[in-house]
Design a binder for this molecule. Structure first.
Ligand code: ADP
Length: 558
């Protein structure tokens, strides 16, 4: 009976260095077929993971790729080692890992397509199916023995690997079935594309992988399997491409990086291969890889160029449309200003004559005519207000609004305005109060006419929108501001409408019930004017029927 060492001597086996380097590995093709997929897959999986580490799909992808790399590395050890114990050890692990890689791809598919983890009971089924392979790894059901007498450096497999192949077959069919089901359940075209591409990518990946082991194991020819392994980086690249594409990474960048790394590795590898036939094979594989990745790259660059051209065209159109809009806007403001000026002169004349007539400048009027003239006078007045609002708006729009600034006392100004409007308030039967602590200084540096206009407008609104109750006007001070508040017990405002009221033509839905002639321009003008003074204007209201309070805040002159 010979010892192991004697057999090793007899079979002329080389001693391996770093487990994987030895003359036992015939041809550099083996290194090529193992190390290339290992490096490329690992780089890809880590890259994709680093871009989106939270996604379940990229996590499963990474885990499966790591298992695959362990498999590839251990398989390389089998080619190189001369120690039967090592062969037995690593071969056993390889047989255990193999179906796990299939399960990993299955989990990955669920995570990728459904965007959620596989159901618990399905997971349980996977574990149950895997458990014999795992539990029986170290028994001779997996590897029966190692025959040294034939110098083959091969373990003899027991029945367990056949069970594992069956499980792998089930997982592969499951993936295919799942892909098909989801494909037909979805009607969205791009979603369908995604499912079809991913399922075929996964199936091809498993097919390539199976070439490397199942075929080798069944035909007891480990060499043809090597060519299958070359498929792995292509399909890992394809899967990564899909993960990237549907997670919206920068595909162009990823595929160009991939292409460079892959070509670099392949070219480097060719340097180490002496045998011309192997070089030919490697060049064929390089060509396939280059074609696949190059195609993806060119396609994505093309798409990007098209998109950019499209965007540039849109931007150009948008610019044109914008210029046209500005022109129209300008025309609108000019028209508004022109029309208002033209309307204002005859209106002023009408108003002048009706006022004179009412004041008795043309002698005593019969009662009937007096009524008509009064209506005319009121109508002319409200038209003048509207025309003035239009003029203000067009001035603001064109940036032509002029402010004549001076120092004045806001309290006095408000008091005056209140006094002027008092008859209107009392005519409506409302209570009207004014309150300001005389101790304080209410001076501001502002355009007196404009501030008066704003206060007048706010109080006027309070009168219009308050059917009964009271209106209270108050002037107060803080350290840096003079504040005017106008509170009423009127119709109130819904909180969600408040922000809209300061925009042009902004009115509450039922505003016309209480005030028919309103335009919705008053508050817009008020806000523009107050903000031009670096002040603020805002509204508080508890809601419909609960009254409103208008606040104006102006910087105090200290
Ligand atoms: P309008 O000419 O319609 O009064 P404004 O710009 O002055 O235009 O006011 C805009 C809208 O704000 C009004 O239509 C009304 O709905 C609401 N509003 C203004 N003041 C009050 C108030 N004191 N109480 C309730 N609603 C008001």
């Amino acid at each position: 009976m010979r010892t192991v060492a004697e057999y090793i001597e007899l079979c002329e086996w080389d001693t391996s260095r770093l487990l994987v380097f030895s003359d036992n590995v015939f041809g550099n093709l083996i290194y090529y077929s193992h190390l290339l997929p290992l490096v490329v897959s690992l780089l890809l999986a880590f890259f994709i993971f680093s871009k989106n580490s939270k996604s379940l799909a990229t996590r499963w992808f990474l885990m499966t790729t790591i298992l695959l790399c362990v498999w590839l590395y251990f398989d390389l050890i089998l080619w190189a080692t001369e120690k039967p114990a090592f062969t037995m050890f690593f071969w056993s692990i390889i047989n255990m890992i193999e179906p796990m890689i299939y399960a990993g791809i299955l989990f990955f598919m669920y995570a990728f397509i459904d965007n959620k983890d596989i159901l618990f009971k399905q997971k349980l089924l996977v574990f149950v199916l895997l458990s014999p392979t795992v539990i029986l790894t170290w028994t001779n059901l997996n590897l029966s023995y190692y025959d040294l007498t034939n110098c083959w450096r091969e373990a003899i497999e027991g029945p367990l690997p056949y069970y594992s192949y069956a499980v792998e077959g089930i997982f592969a069919a499951w993936i295919l079935g799942f892909g098909f089901r989801r494909f037909f359940q979805t009607h969205n075209k791009s979603e369908r594309n995604k499912i079809a591409l991913m399922t075929s990518g996964a199936v091809f990946f498993l097919f390539s992988f199976a070439m490397g082991n199942v075929v080798g194991s069944l035909l007891v020819n480990w060499e043809i399997g090597q060519y299958g392994l070359f498929g792995i980086p292509i399909f890992v690249a394809m899967l990564s491409y899909l993960v990237a594409r549907y997670h919206l990474f920068n595909i162009k960048l990823i595929s160009s990086q991939l292409l460079v790394v892959a070509i670099w590795l392949l070219t480097l590898a060719i340097l180490f291969i002496q045998d011309i036939d192997t070089v030919r094979n490697v060049v064929v594989i390089t060509l396939i890889l280059f074609t696949a990745l190059g195609y993806l790259l060119i396609k994505s660059v093309k798409r990007e160029v098209e998109q950019r051209e499209h965007i540039e065209k849109l931007a150009l159109d948008l610019e044109k449309a914008n210029a046209r809009l500005r022109e129209l806007d300008q025309m609108k403001s000019q028209f508004l200003s022109f029309a208002s000026h033209q309307i204002r002169s005859p209106l002023t004349a009408i108003k002048g004559y009706t006022s004179m007539a009412l004041e008795g400048d043309f002698g005593e009027m019969p009662e009937k005519i007096k009524g008509v003239i009064e209506t005319l006078d009121k109508s002319a007045q409200s038209l003048i207000v509207i025309v003035n609002e239009f003029l203000d708006v067009s001035r603001i729009e064109q940036g032509r609004m002029k402010y004549e600034m001076s120092d004045f006392d806001v309290r006095k100004l408000v008091e005056e305005t209140v006094a002027e409007l008092r008859p209107n308030v009392e005519q409506k039967g409302l209570k009207f109060t004014f309150d300001a602590d005389v101790k304080h200084d209410y001076r501001v540096y502002a355009d007196q006419g404009k501030i008066k206009q704003v206060i007048g407008n706010i109080v006027d609104n309070a009168i219009k929108y308050t059917p009964s109750g009271s209106i209270d006007v108050k002037v107060s001070r803080t350290k840096s501001t003079v504040n005017i508040t106008v509170s009423d017990t009127g119709v109130g405002i819904e909180p969600d409408v408040i922000p809209k009221l300061f925009s042009m033509f902004g009115r509450a839905k039922d505003a016309s019930k209480t005030n028919v002639t309103g335009t919705g321009l008053g508050l817009y003008v008020a806000k523009q004017m107050i903000e031009a003074h670096r002040g603020q204007i805002w509204i508080e209201s508890e809601g419909k029927g609960k009254g409103s309070t208008f606040h104006i805040e102006l910087p105090a002159k200290n």
